[in-house]
Design a protein around this ligand. Structure first.
Ligand SMILES: *Cc1c(COP(=O)(O)O)cnc(C)c1O
Length: 368
C-alpha cells in the first residue's frame, strides 16, 4: 500500500537525537534554544517559542492575543479541528465564515460579514499550505479593531503575494510538526512571537507559569505543561537542515501529480500559485468529478494499493459542534460541497514517479 504520508528521517536525525540522549539534558536543555534559533532564522522572524504540539501553540497564541470568555472569533470551518477547538479552550466562541472556492481559505468578505459587536479576533488558517488572503484580513482587523492569530500549521514554505513567508507577517502565528507535516519533531509546534514580551509570556505559560529565571517556587501566572523535549528539538534541528530539500521534494511530487492527473475529466486539482501567492506544499487534495461517490472512490483506491482519505470534513458538521452550537447542513455551502468531494492522495517528498503513476491509474479507474 502506498501510504498517505511518510517522514524523511536519516543519519543526521539519529546523530542529533543520540547527542541529546547522551547529554543528560532531556528537556529544557541546549537543544531547545538551538531549535528555536534555527527555526526563527529559517523563517526570517526574530523569535519563536517551541511547544509540545501545534494545538498547544494555538492555545498559547490565543491566550497571548488577549481573548476572553464569551468573545467571538471568526474562523474557517474548513480546517483540521484543532484551529476551532483551541478557541473553545478559552471559552470563546468560534464563528465560522465560508471559504473561497479556489483557495479553500476563509473568504474575506464572508469573514467581514460574520463580525459582530462581540467579535474580538480572527483566526485564519493557511489550508493545505496555500496562503490565506492576509492583506484583506489585516485590513478587516484594522478596521474592526480585531487581533489576529494565524494557524500556519500547514503553511511552512509558503509565501504571500505582498512578500512575507507564511507565518512571518508579524502576527502571532503557529506551526506544527506532527509526522505528516513539512517537517517533524514527532509531536511539536512553535509560536511565532511578534515581541520579546510575547515570547517571555509563552515561554512561561508552556512551563507551568514559571518565572523566566526558573525560580522553583515562583509561579507568577497560570501555566501548562506544553514543553517540547530536547529529544524532539534535536530531531527538529536535523529536519531544518534538510527542510529546503524536503520542500523541493514536495513541489516535485506536486508537479508529477499535475501531469499524471491532467487527463481526468472533471477532477479539480489544488489551485495554482497566482499573483505572487505561493503554496508551501503540505498535502495533495483533489475534488472528485460530479457524480463520483467519494467514499466508494476511496475504497477503490485502497483496493488498488493506494491509501487515500476524505479530507477535510467540515468542522461545523462534526457531532460535537452540531450538538454544542446547533450547526446544520447548508450554513456554509462552499465548505460543505468541497468537504463532501475532496480526497487526499499519498504525498511525501520521496514519492517516486512510479508511485505517482500508480496513484494516477488508480484514480483514473475509480472515477470512470
Ligand atoms: C496539524 C495542524 C494543527 C496542529 O496539530 P497538532 O497535531 O496539534 O500538532 C493545527 N491546525 C491545522 C490546520 C493543522 O493542520
Amino acid at each position: 500500500m502506498i501510504p498517505l504520508a511518510r517522514p524523511v528521517i536519516g543519519e543526521r536525525e539519529e546523530e542529533l537525537v543520540l547527542e541529546a540522549l547522551r547529554s543528560g539534558w532531556l528537556s529544557l536543555g541546549p537543544m531547545l534554544g538551538r531549535f528555536e534559533t534555527d527555526f526563527a532564522a529559517n523563517l526570517g522572524v526574530p523569535a519563536v517559542s517551541a511547544v509540545s504540539s501545534g494545538t498547544a501553540a494555538l492555545h498559547l497564541s490565543l491566550r497571548a492575543s488577549g481573548v476572553e470568555a464569551g468573545d467571538e472569533v471568526v474562523t474557517t470551518p474548513f480546517s483540521f479541528v484543532a484551529s476551532s477547538n483551541s478557541i473553545l479552550y478559552e471559552r470563546a466562541r468560534p464563528v465560522f465564515a465560508d471559504i473561497d472556492r479556489r483557495t479553500l481559505n476563509v473568504d474575506p468578505a464572508a469573514a467581514a460579514a460574520a463580525v459582530t459587536e462581540r467579535t474580538t479576533g480572527l483566526l485564519p488558517v493557511h489550508i493545505f499550505g496555500f496562503p490565506a488572503d492576509m492583506p484583506a484580513l489585516e485590513e478587516l482587523a484594522e478596521r474592526r479593531k480585531l487581533w489576529i492569530v494565524e494557524d500556519a500549521c500547514e503553511g511552512l514554505g509558503g509565501r504571500h503575494r505582498d512578500g512575507p513567508a507564511i507565518g512571518a507577517r508579524g502576527n502571532l502565528s503557529t506551526f506544527a510538526f506532527y509526522a505528516n507535516k513539512q517537517m517533524t519533531t514527532g509531536e511539536g509546534g512553535v509560536v511565532v512571537c511578534p515581541t520579546g514580551e510575547v515570547k517571555a509570556r509563552i515561554d512561561s505559560e508552556r512551563n507551568q507559569g514559571r518565572a523566566p529565571d526558573m525560580g522553583w517556587l515562583d509561579h507568577d501566572r497560570l501555566g501548562f505543561n506544553y514543553r517540547l523535549s530536547d529529544i524532539a528539538c534535536a530531531l527538529g534541528i536535523a529536519q531544518l537542515e534538510r527542510l529546503a530539500d524536503m520542500l523541493a521534494g514536495r513541489a516535485r511530487v506536486a508537479r508529477l501529480y499535475r501531469e499524471a492527473l491532467a487527463g481526468i475529466d472533471g477532477l479539480t486539482l489544488p489551485c495554482e500559485d497566482e499573483g505572487g501567492d505561493e503554496r508551501g506544499w503540505f498535502v495533495f487534495v483533489v475534488q472528485l468529478p460530479d457524480g463520483v461517490d467519494r467514499d466508494a472512490a476511496i475504497e477503490g483506491m485502497r483496493d488498488r494499493g493506494v491509501d487515500a482519505k476524505p479530507y477535510l470534513p467540515a468542522i461545523h458538521l462534526m457531532s460535537f459542534y452540531r450538538e454544542r452550537f446547533g450547526h446544520r447542513e447548508g450554513e456554509f455551502p462552499v465548505c460543505e460541497e468541497i468537504a463532501a468531494t475532496s480526497m487526499a492522495l499519498p504525498f511525501h517528498p520521496e514519492l517516486t514517479e512510479g508511485e505517482v503513476a500508480q496513484v494516477g491509474s488508480a484514480l483514473t479507474a475509480v472515477v470512470s
